[in-house]
Design a protein around this ligand. Structure first.
Ligand SMILES: Cc1cc2nc3c(=O)[nH]c(=O)nc-3n(C[C@H](O)[C@H](O)[C@H](O)COP(=O)(O)OP(=O)(O)OC[C@H]3O[C@@H](n4cnc5c(N)ncnc54)[C@H](O)[C@@H]3O)c2cc1C
Length: 552
């Protein structure tokens, strides 16, 4: 293909990291920092201006910014996702440099200790990841006041809802200074933004990685399969899309390793295509166009990849209040308020330095179910809805939830959510209902506040039951879990885990998974910061493993 570079057969790498999202960028940086030759392969194009991205509205022409740099343009992904998202996944997923961290809204949370302690195995509890957490928040502290003048613009919605919660006994706090206080508390959203721009892993870990000679980044290059002999990977086969690379790239013989960081769907798909997964899925791949080059059946490694799929259960409610002021963030694409673009371009201040569509407050509650399990709810408000005075508030059900689903692959090699993970457990449903009931109660006395959804004459039970438990209605875009970490080897009867405590795929000696896929269960908040922490922690574990020559 024109523009593609054929791979030189002499070049080898100590680590090949597949996918440049929340997991891939930090792990690639840490491995290269330790002195290894690292190749980071991303299937998508560049995103932010720093890396050569070009997608932008007219008012950014002539600047080195793209739509992905400007917080106020983050919701353009819903208006026009072309060229930014994966076309082989039936859900929304960023397929460009930075993965989800290039297209997301930048919410950035220090995890609640339960997010680790309830879900993760030994060696991955809150105490074990404390240092990794510190390292991440040193590099990406996040901010609750993204506009560079420290002011918060258009805070009427926050003020109305915040003061209403306050009157009902909820407590204001700075969330990342109090990560363990998620029960009837509220605060401003924290974003990974810095300098009035997107920030995050693309502006930190990737910058330090690229400065090293031992680090190589390829974009527009898709890893088709891992080439392996038994449990030992020797390299990967890549395909070029646009100006990428094509051919077979080799690992350093004996000691080289592959890190799969292609996201909850992308990583599972790559494992399937490499003969690792449940037999039914590997048979689908065998019958696809991959058939002729797929590893032979006697080399398949049967693991429950794609099972344990999870997402936050999203339930939207909507209220309206005359104090709330709407700002047209979608309009900022082609009909922006000139004064606001000027403020942004000259000083990185104003509404466009804040995430669309005016997100916050964020508030939390823990519901103890009749099954005795604590379930964490995060409520995320934004100024958007039916009326100019509406606020839509999404309730996310996370930590403690028990429902799980499954992703599978089609003959066309697209991934699908074949079993949606929403509300399959009756106590998960109970927590969602209880949370809305409690919020109704908390907002009961607020003058001039109207409930639009659910209207006050509909019971919460009927409302919750009326929303289909499908991704179309419940999706939070926080997919996790398809290559679960744990000690129960998934090759054994009843085993549920795909990777061991070092994130190494069971049955292999040098293939690892480091991204949202390894999360055993859901967490309190938006997951990107926790995925970066997991990547920091995984890098440490991987670097500590003996290489073959050290063994015996
Ligand atoms: C619209 C949207 C808004 C969101 N908002 C927030 C938010 O505000 N805060 C938050 O914390 N989280 C948010 N999230 C979720 C968060 O971004 C993801 O959970 C996170 O990015 C997942 O990290 P990951 O490393 O697992 O995968 P990803 O970030 O998805 O990265 C995977 C990367 O691998 C690449 N890839 C896939 N297959 C291959 C292959 N075969 N070869 C080469 N490359 C490949 C992809 O192109 C992608 O770049 C949002 C997600 C979406 C979609």
């Amino acid at each position: 293909q024109a523009g593609c570079t054929n791979i030189s057969s002499t070049e080898t790498y100590d680590y090949i990291v597949v996918g440049s999202g929340a997991g891939g960028i930090p792990v690639a940086d840490r491995l290269s920092e330790a002195g290894h030759r690292v190749l980071l392969i991303e299937k998508g194009p560049p995103s932010t201006g720093r890396w050569g991205g070009i997608m932008k509205p007219e008012w950014l022409e002539g600047t080195d910014l793209t739509r992905f740099d400007v917080p106020g343009l983050c919701n353009q992904i819903w208006a026009d996702p072309t060229g930014a998202i994966c076309t082989d996944v039936d859900q929304m997923a960023g397929c460009m440099l930075g993965g989800g961290t290039a297209v997301n809204a930048g919410l950035w949370w220090k995890p609640h200790p339960d997010d680790w302690d309830v879900n993760f195995p030994e060696g991955w509890r809150s105490g074990d990841v404390a240092e990794a957490t510190e390292r991440v928040f040193e590099r990406i502290p996040g901010t609750i006041a993204p506009s560079m003048d420290g002011k918060r613009y258009l805070s009427q919605g926050f003020d109305m809802l915040g003061s209403s919660l306050e009157s009902a006994g909820w407590e204001y706090l700075v969330p990342n200074e109090n990560p363990d206080r998620k029960n009837r508390t509220y605060g401003h959203s924290t974003f990974m933004y810095s300098g009035g721009e997107r920030g995050g892993p693309l502006a930190t870990y990737l910058v330090s990685a690229v400065e090293r000679e031992s680090f190589t980044l390829w974009m527009n290059t898709t890893v088709r399969r891992i080439i392996r002999e038994g449990g030992h990977a020797t390299g990967v086969e890549v395909e070029c899309s646009g100006a990428g690379h094509a051919g077979i790239v080799s690992l350093t013989p004996r000691t080289g390793r592959v890190i799969v960081s292609a996201g909850a769907f992308g990583s599972a798909k790559l494992l399937f295509r490499s003969g690792i997964g449940p037999k039914d899925q590997l048979n689908v791949v065998k019958k696809s166009t991959d058939g002729p080059t797929m590893i032979s059946e006697d080399q398949w490694i049967e693991l429950p990849v794609g099972h344990n799929l999870n997402d936050h259960v999203g339930t939207d409610i909507e209220i309206a209040h005359p104090d709330v002021v709407f700002y047209d963030y979608y309009g900022a694409w082609d009909e922006p308020i000139i004064e606001d673009t000027e403020m942004y371009l000259s000083d990185r201040i104003g509404p466009l330095a804040q995430a669309a569509p005016n997100i916050g407050p964020i508030f939390w509650e823990i519901i103890t179910g009749s099954d005795g399990i604590d379930r964490h709810l995060q409520w995320q408000a934004r100024v958007e809805g039916e009326l100019n005075t509406s606020m839509t508030i999404t309730q996310y059900l996370g930590t403690g939830s028990l429902s799980r689903g499954r992703m599978t692959i089609t003959r066309q090699l697209n991934t699908v959510v074949s079993t949606p993970p929403y509300l399959r457990d009756e106590y998960d449903r109970e927590a969602v209902i209880q949370g809305i009931t409690n919020l109704r109660e908390s907002l009961k006395g607020v003058a001039n506040l109207t409930w639009i959804t659910p209207p006050s004459n509909v019971t919460v039970e009927d409302f919750v039951d009326s929303i289909p438990a499908t991704p179309a209605r419940r999706c939070a875009n926080h997919w996790i879990g398809t290559a679960k970490i744990g000690t129960d080897d998934g090759r054994e009867d009843g085993g549920t885990s795909v990777v061991d405590l070092n994130t190494k795929v069971y049955g292999t000696d040098n293939i690892f998974v480091v991204d949202a896929s390894i999360f055993p269960g859901h967490i309190t908040g938006n997951p990107s910061a926790m995925i970066v922490i997991a990547a920091e922690h995984a890098a440490e574990k991987i670097l500590a493993l003996p290489v073959p020559e050290d063994e015996e």
